[in-house]
Every structure is written in C-alpha cells, then in structure tokens.
Design a protein around this ligand. Structure first.
Ligand code: LMR
Length: 326
C-alpha cells in the first residue's frame, strides 16, 4: 500500500513539474554589510532557519553578508525600495534621509545599556519612528541591537584633547560630524566595506564602531589602541518594502512576521555576548584603554554642543522619551 502511495506521489510531482505546476518558492533576499559572526549575522541566520522550516521550504531566505551584494546600506536601501531585495537591516542612522530622528542612536551618551535600548524599542516613540518610513514605501518591522561604539586609533584616546587634529571614519551622519568637530577632530564618512583599507593606507587615523564590528573587520591589524569610550550606540532597523509584503498570502505573511519576531529575540540574546566575546579576543590583539567614569564624563561634557546643534533635528520629544526610559 505504502509503495503504491509513494508511486502516486512521484507521478503527481513529475506531472506537476512537467506542466509547470510546481510552485516556485518565495525568495527573500537579505543583504547586509557585516559578517555572519555578528549580532546582525546571527539574527539573520535564525530568521532564515525559522522561515524555511515553518514554510516547509516554500519560502527561502538568501543571505548576502559582508557587502557582497551591496557595498553599503545606502545602496541597499535603493535596492529595497525597488524590491530587488526584500529585507535590509541598516544601522538606524542610515535612515536619516527619510527621517532625521533616526540619528537618535548617534546622540552622545543617551543610552545607559542594551536593556535601556530594548525598553525603547518597545515604546510608542519607537513605533512612531517605524511608521514614519511608510511614506517611502518601506515597512519598519522592528529594531535589532548591536551595542556601544568605541574608538580605535594608533594612540590612546582618553581626554577630549587627545582627539585634536585626527581624522576618523564615521557613518554618514550630521550628528557624528558635529561630534568629531566638538572634539577638534574631523569626520570622514566612508562605506563600511572601505574602512579597513582607509585605516591601512592612513586615509583616516581612526574609526569608531562596536566591538563585534571592530573584531570581525580585523581593525586590530591596522590599529594599535582600542579606547572603551562607549560614546553612542549602533543599532539597527529591520525593514522590508510594501511591494513584497503585499505579494505574500496571509499564511506566508504570518510566517514572515513570526520569523522577524523570533530573530528580534535572537538579536537581543546574542548582541551583548558577541560584543563581550569580541572584547575578550581584542584584549590579546590591541592595547585596550579602559576609561574611568570621570574620563567618560569629561568626554560627555565636551560632546554637549552636539545636543545644542542636533536636539531640534532629532527631536526633543524623542530624546526626552528615551531619557525617561533610563
Ligand atoms: C557601519 O557602517 O559602520 C555600520 O552600519 C555597519 C553595520 O553594523 O551595519
């Protein structure tokens, strides 16, 4: 009986395929600039496993890490709008063109810790930010954490004076430009994929990023010092586009959104651990400069002009809502 059943299945599949009836899987292309061994990469792998399993393989998630598809998140954004890819998780500041408030992550010493950032992601203020992407044909699905940003350079950086005259690679952000200026330094905006070479060739003197990004991009090969300044955060916004979302059946949409929710949990479970692991490894590869609370306070004081310049643009309502969640 079993054998006859199996024969029927094979016949049905062969016939279906020859008539072109075999349904093509829904493909979700997800491009990102970091490696797989980062908070974003881990969450991406969890998303892929969840969606492919729950859909019985009728939905596929194709991961393109390490800038292999698009050199920067900014290029990825255009591809997402035109539905050439279906998922992008850019660092929040890269969405400032749609809403300058997304530069909130760059504001100096605004967040206390990752738990604080998590509380923010569950707030009304966060929902309002996600909804603001609607007019661009984008759908904000949530936030993933990475962590605090620290400086690397070929000299130890502790005091505001130490930054004078240096050039630092930053993401493209008015807030980060103002930050460097407040320290007497210059911001040089470059794509993530270009940073290593720029450090190696001396185009810039240093850079700022999270510990997991510093480790996985091997900046320790071209920078001597890591200064644990934790002066702002680098976190992500999970976005898809309306063309793709509207093309899904209700069942597919359910699986997709559940997959995103699952990946959000993985991102929060992994981010701190990966950054801590990276720091442990970096201790053997670079000189790690620990700052005292007083030294961090002196940096925060020197960075206050950034709030005068960008408080209105980022929005005091948002900044105060974040502060209230400390
Ligand atoms: C950067 O450009 O430094 C970040 O956007 C990289 C990342 O973590 O996506």
């Amino acid at each position: 009986m079993k054998r006859i059943g199996a024969l029927f299945t094979v016949l049905a599949l062969t016939l279906g395929a020859s008539l072109g009836l075999a349904a093509k899987p829904v493909v979700i292309k997800f491009s990102f600039v970091t490696t797989l061994n980062t908070p974003k990469g881990k969450a991406a792998q969890a998303l892929k496993a969840y969606i492919e399993e729950k859909s019985g393989g009728t939905m596929k998630v194709e991961l393109y890490p390490s800038s292999q598809l698009y050199k920067d998140n900014a290029e990825g954004l255009n591809a997402l709008i035109f539905n050439n890819i279906q998922l992008l998780v850019p660092s929040a500041t890269k969405l400032k063109g749609y809403n300058p408030a997304f530069q909130f992550v760059d504001m100096p010493y605004l967040f206390k810790d990752t738990e604080h950032f998590k509380r923010f992601t569950q707030s009304e203020a966060a929902k309002k930010l996600l909804n603001s992407l609607d007019k661009a044909g984008l759908v904000g699905l949530g936030f993933w954490p990475n962590g605090f940003v620290h400086f690397t350079a070929n000299k130890p950086l502790r005091k505001p004076e130490d930054f004078k005259g240096l050039k630092f690679r930053t993401q493209t952000s008015g807030v980060l430009e103002a930050m460097m200026k407040a320290l007497g330094a210059t911001a040089v905006p470059l794509a993530f994929s270009e940073v290593y070479q720029a450090l190696q060739q001396g185009v810039v003197d240093g850079q700022e990023n999270t510990l997991s990004n510093i480790y996985t991009q091997r900046y320790y090969e071209v920078q001597k010092y890591l200064s644990l300044t934790r002066h702002h955060r680098l976190d992500y916004v999970v976005i898809t586009n309306k063309i793709f979302l509207n093309s899904l059946t209700p069942e597919q949409k359910k699986i997709f959104l559940e997959g995103i929710a699952h990946a959000n949990e993985v991102a929060f479970a992994e981010a701190e651990k990966l950054n801590q692991d990276a720091l442990n490894k970096l201790r053997d590869l670079m000189e790690v400069v620990e700052l005292t609370d007083a030294e961090r306070e002196a940096l925060a004081e020197a960075l206050k002009p950034v709030y005068d310049q960008y408080g209105d643009k980022v929005g005091w309502d948002l900044i105060n809502a974040i502060k209230a969640l400390r």
